[in-house]
Design a protein around this ligand. Structure first.
Ligand code: NAD
Length: 476
């Protein structure tokens, strides 16, 4: 597939290419141009040229285009989901959810297109002020490979509705779904140049987006270390930044919880998308009174997970997205054994055999008796590995939950309201779920604290964040 710049398929000025391979089979699916700083400059020029007419449309007109695009995405969801599974590895069922999630986001923003676009402030004899929201201009979006479709939606939904034009860079392993969706948006009536997709590496295309003088806001989702680099790169340009970074979400299960429901929550929370989700359950703290039965049930459920090529029926767990990601997880788990930091209850190795050898499969893994300072606790585990610790009481659970530099999400499983309030007040996270984990509908603000980032996506908050206010002071 080619890049999409100014409504045209573009091969890239350098004629260099990136191969996109299926992480389950190693097969070549397609190739995309390896873009450069010059391609970003072309895309920014196209976004600038499209900006005037796009921002003159009413929010309702822009919303209608998003709504129409959502309809086309729903019609073609099977094809898009198949492409997503092939490039990312996730089971087709999860890919279908993600593509429908994208349509849902566009529908959500289309639905709030009549959202307040300003206010009047009356100052008595001193006059009246009219405050309006206007688009920022050209916004950059840099997205990761783990949920490429959903995260594209989180960025383009509010940014386009607010009247901005965009330059978007997908991750190098998952560019195809973004290109396909950009083409569908144009079919739905998005004018050429409003959304430009430039493929290529983070170091060239990503950095060029951050540095380009016409791009006034950048929304980045990815690793905390990359986010920090981007913050530094952007600092000389006074850019508006949203950084959605890593997470190490704790899940706390108290002794009054519905155990079966919590077991299913931990299973889905950790192993959905092969554990490669920012808000996955990455640390599990279970009250010691129920830890034995809880772990027995969870282990049985983990044993029942079927790993394989996500395009085949009945698959629960796809491959990891790349060799690098699998290697990182392997090292972290090997360290547990070598340093005596926990007990591997199940899994703990790469999956081998005819169905697995060509891909990047890793066995679903449970580690019990994890020590609080273990790397599995201090670092983000971006794969199918769950460390579990039993805790004597809520106070200890909260201390352990906060033993992290991240602060994205957390969940408490209990039937006690006072316990819920305590966790909500005292655990550091941008979202606290009660008796669920992982769900992020487009209606609610989403984002992290501490090293999980800054800024919020989703909801009307995101719409506001893609606008700036301008005031007309009427002195009469
Ligand atoms: P990554 O930081 O390696 O890459 C993310 C994107 O940034 C890619 O498009 C990449 O090409 C680009 N990039 C890399 N280096 C760059 C640079 N120097 N300048 C500009 N762009 C650059 O992250 P990843 O491995 O793709 O994603 C996994 C991480 O993303 C995990 O830490 C996960 O928790 C996090 N994540 C966070 C959220 C959230 O909403 N908080 C959501 C999903 C994923």
């Amino acid at each position: 597939m080619l890049m999409r710049i100014g409504g045209k398929d573009t091969g890239g000025l350098d004629d260099r290419w990136i191969e996109v391979k299926n992480p389950a089979t190693g097969e070549l699916i397609d190739r995309v141009p390896s873009g450069t700083t010059n391609d970003v400059a072309l895309a920014a020029d196209a976004a600038e040229a499209a900006s005037g007419n796009w921002k003159k449309k009413t929010a309702r007109e822009r919303g209608l285009i998003l709504f129409h695009a959502a309809g086309l995405v729903r019609e073609q969801h099977r094809d898009i989901a198949q492409l997503l599974t092939m490039e990312q590895g996730k089971p087709l069922r999860e890919a279908v959810d993600e593509v429908r999630g994208f349509a849902n986001i566009l529908e959500f923003y289309a639905g709030i297109s009549a959202h307040s676009s300003g206010e009047t402030i009356r100052l008595g004899p001193a006059g009246d002020c009219m405050v309006v929201h206007e688009p920022i201009g050209i916004c950059g979006a840099i997205i990761p490979w783990n949920m490429p479709v959903l995260i594209m939606g989180w960025k383009i939904g509010p940014a386009l509705l607010a009247g901005n034009t965009m330059v978007l860079k997908p991750a190098s392993t998952t560019p195809l779904s973004s290109l396909k969706l950009a083409a569908i948006l144009e079919k739905a009536g998005l004018p050429p140049g409003v959304l430009n997709v430039v493929t290529g590496s983070g170091e060239s295309v990503g950095a060029a987006i951050v540095r380009h003088p016409l791009i006034r806001k950048v929304s980045f989702t990815g690793d905390t270390m990359t986010g920090e680099k981007i913050r530094q790169m952007a600092s000389g340009h006074l850019k508006d930044l949203v950084l959605e970074l890593g997470g190490s979400d704790p899940m706390i299960v108290m002794d009054d919880a519905d155990i079966d429901k919590a077991v299913e929550g931990a299973l889905r929370g950790r192993f959905y998308n092969t554990g490669q989700t920012c808000t996955a359950v990455k640390r599990l703290y279970v009250h010691e009174k129920i830890a034995g039965i809880f772990l027995t049930k969870l282990k049985m459920r983990v044993e029942s997970l079927k790993a394989g090529n996500g395009l085949e029926p009945g698959i629960d767990l796809g491959p990891m997205n790349s060799a690098v990601q699998r290697e990182r997880i392997s090292c972290m788990v090997n360290n547990v054994t070598e340093r005596g930091e926990g007990t591997i209850l199940i899994g703990g190795s790469e999956l081998t055999g005819p169905s697995y050898d060509a891909g990047y499969f890793y066995s679903p893994t449970l580690v019990s008796d994890i020590s609080p300072g273990a790397q599995l606790i201090t670092d983000e585990i971006f794969g199918p590995v769950l460390p579990v610790m039993s805790v004597p009481d809520l106070d200890t659970a909260i201390i352990e939950a906060n033993r992290s530099r991240y602060g994205l999400g957390a969940s408490i499983w209990t039937t006690n309201l006072a316990t819920t309030k305590r966790v909500f007040d005292d655990v550091h996270a941008g979202i606290i779920w009660v008796n669920r984990h992982l769900t992020v509908p487009p209606d609610i603000p989403f984002g992290g604290m501490n090293e999980s980032g800054m800024g919020r996506e989703n909801g009307s908050h995101a719409l506001d964040s893609y606008s700036r206010t301008k005031t007309l002071y009427l002195g009469w």
